[in-house]
Design a protein around this ligand. Sequence first.
Ligand SMILES: [Zn+2]
Length: 393
Amino acid sequence: MVNTMMSYRLYGANDIRYESVEIPNIPEGGVRGKNLAIGICASDGKLWHDGDAHSRRTCAVHKTGKLAQNPIIIMHEGCFQDTNGQLWVFQADHYESDGTPMAIGYAKNGAACEIVTFDREVVNGGYLIKVPDGIDAISAAIAEPYACALHSMEETRDYKNVLKGGNVAIFGFGPLGMIHFDLMRSSKPENVYIIENQDPRLEKARTTYARLGNEYGMNIHVIDFSKNDPFDFIPKKSIDDLILCAPVGGILVKMIDQDIFRKGAHANIFAGMPADKPKYEIDLRKAHYLDLHIHNTSGSSIKNYETILQAVADGTINPLNVVVAVGGLDSIEEGFKAVAVENKYPGKVVILPGQRKGRIITIEELMGGHDVLVREEAKALVNGDIKLPEKQK
Ligand SMILES: [Zn+2]
């Protein structure tokens, strides 16, 4: 019996090792499962870079010790299958019964491996969430960023979404901009202004998302802010919802100054501002007479995950819209560089541990032209019926 597996473990800042490790025993009261799909998230890159200095490690260091002595398997978005064939996802933000935050993939072992193991604290705390029947593992694996986006919508507005039939500006159209777009279809805003400056994302917005907008009955306007002032294109007093998915607080300042918001609008500051530039000066007098609601959110709840998975099952959202590339376990490092450093892919990259040697490949290249996977294709990729081309040696 094989009792080793491949995994990516972090030994300290910028010290990641792809290595064969012994598959851990199932801890008492814990579970083990076959890992089916892993979402690459830019925030894993921050842990990779910061190592022990990362805030989700410093708060737990009294329990975890240092990475050099106790390396952990990284990554916090994933879907696994138990021995009964049931699919599960896990919530990354995890608190042990004594209150210690022990985030999965940060302070305790995460998803970058072939067989995942979770301890009793994770099981008993309810941090494993059952995936409804029929959903593919690729969609389920990226429930985490969806849950965060849903949390920000539900917590901040009475109508728990964007304004029905209103006008929305999405600033920053990476994976989270796309996820917000998917979530807002139930409110069918009349106009959606997508504001971006990176070419692959602009291209994705002009192709896939223009088509989806058409399908959903929403007018899509794509604005390249490296070449244009977005507010030459967005009418004054028109925006009901701003979704800020890039750490550029100056946009909010400008939108208030230039009277872009409609009265009663909501500004959702979803992106975290950079540590070296967290402060902005806002015209609160204008904001006051505008009845402007400014919200800030981060994280998500288990309830949010459940709502998301149910919406996928019901077909009211489709995470496969957001997946732009897939790859095998051997390609995680390459995938990370592409996502976190090079910004090469405009949406989510999902890793399939079952296809170890597969290189990272876009859906368009893999599927010969269509740019969004259908559910059956996603399932075939996970079980290996559709094979990924192998990495060149
Ligand atoms: Zn994430």
